[in-house]
Design a binder for this molecule. Structure first.
Ligand SMILES: NC(=O)c1ccc[n+]([C@@H]2O[C@H](COP(=O)([O-])OP(=O)(O)OC[C@H]3O[C@@H](n4cnc5c(N)ncnc54)[C@H](O)[C@@H]3O)[C@@H](O)[C@H]2O)c1
Length: 352
């Protein structure tokens, strides 16, 4: 359990993680703490929980959009780098409440950046998303492909990248925007994803309710007819944050991999995926392997706004950070299952 209140003797290198009590943020926080860094979490606990913040890490309960809270967090703790993970992330909700999404994800980020400039924070990592690409081009996506988000959630992430690029140009802030693809798995059951917004927990949820998981279309132009996505283990993702933070520190200036990458002049935009696509059917087959029996599915109509395939090009992150994934789809599904069981013990009978 986290401690709270101001530290009287901040270490020279202190990292503020916003959203550190959430699914991904807790993994990043744990990885940073395990690497010996001093970490402070700022989280309003709107979807996160305090028990995800490791012992020894200060939790400040507050809103990233509150300038006074941000200013105090940065100054009181001598923060030198910020990892901005806090956001609202539900596509459907963003379509229904666009202005609220812009306030949560864009206005709040502007407030955080203002505080960072004021406090002289030198480095900033931002949780961006593959949602910035929208429908993509039907296959492997490179960072320089045109971003064409198709909903307010994806738009809010792209605007966040623009905010960062503009602030970096004006102030010299060094940054990396990490475009996460489909994040799954957990390092331990208690850090499992409590939300039911991604495919793996959605499959577990349907099975737990005694229903067949639904596949939205089996007639896509993909090898088995179901949609293809790039799933990345949350532990590999957390490792990418540590490498990105170190890369920004090591360079002390521009970290542009190619001089002609106009949108990354003052920072770095990186896909975080495996470079390998898995189809919905392949994910469901992996669930079947974990449960010890095949999973029966229901094929329904396609959903509007679903690209057939969205897979990350990982050339840039491999080149710039020397990062690659070490966990596969079965690792993600089996660890996600342990996390699901921790929250839904009644599901235990689903496994043979
Ligand atoms: N989960 C994925 O597959 C995925 C994919 C791409 C990008 N992302 C991005 O990763 C980030 C984390 O996602 P997650 O899956 O861990 O979600 P999550 O909901 O588990 O975590 C978000 C955390 O931020 C906190 N938070 C939200 N708004 C806040 C605010 N205004 N002030 C302070 N704290 C606030 C929440 O309480 C929560 O702890 C988000 O920015 C999301 O857009 C996630």
């Amino acid at each position: 359990m986290a401690s709270s209140g101001a530290q009287s003797d901040p270490s020279p290198e202190t990292i503020l993680v916003t959203g550190g009590a959430g699914y991904i943020g807790a993994h990043v926080t744990a990885a940073l703490a395990a690497s010996g860094r001093s970490v402070v979490v700022l989280d309003d606990l709107s979807t996160g929980t305090a028990d995800r913040v490791p012992d020894g890490v200060t939790l400040i309960e507050g809103d990233v959009g509150d300038a006074a809270v941000v200013g105090a967090a940065l100054h009181d703790h001598g923060v030198t780098a910020v990892i901005h993970i806090a956001a609202k992330k539900q596509v459907g909700e963003s379509v229904a409440r666009p202005l609220w999404y812009y306030r949560q994800n864009v206005t709040a980020m502007a407030t955080l950046l203002e505080g960072c400039v004021d406090a002289g924070v030198g480095r900033f990592l931002f949780s961006s998303s593959a949602a910035t690409y929208g429908m993509g081009s039907g296959g492997v996506i490179e960072e320089d492909d045109p971003p064409r988000p198709i909903n307010p959630y994806g738009e809010s992430k792209l605007i966040g990248e623009w905010l960062l690029a503009d602030v970096a140009r004006a102030t010299g802030l060094r940054y990396a925007a990490l475009r996460y693809f489909n994040v799954a798995g957990a390092v331990s059951p208690e850090l499992g994803d409590p939300g039911v917004f991604n495919l793996v927990p959605m499959v577990f949820d349907a099975l737990t309710r005694g229903e067949r998981p639904r596949i939205f279309g089996a007639d896509w132009p993909t090898p088995d007819g179901t949609c293809v996505r790039d799933y990345v283990h949350v532990a590999d993702l957390a490792d990418a944050h540590i490498r990105a933070l170190d890369a920004l520190q090591a360079t002390g200036g521009e970290v542009t991999p190619e001089a002609d990458a106009a949108e990354t002049v003052d920072g770095l935009v990186l896909n975080v995926g495996t470079g390998q696509g898995s189809s919905v059917q392949e994910v469901i087959d992996a669930v079947g392997r974990v449960l010890g029996h095949p999973v029966d599915v229901e094929v329904v109509e396609r959903r509007p706004g679903d690209p057939a395939a969205l897979v990350a090009s990982v050339d840039r992150i491999t080149d710039v950070l020397g990062w690659s994934t070490s966990r596969n789809l079965d690792d993600m599904v089996s660890s996600a299952w342990e996390g699901w069981l921790a929250l839904h013990p009644e599901a235990a009978s689903l496994a043979e």
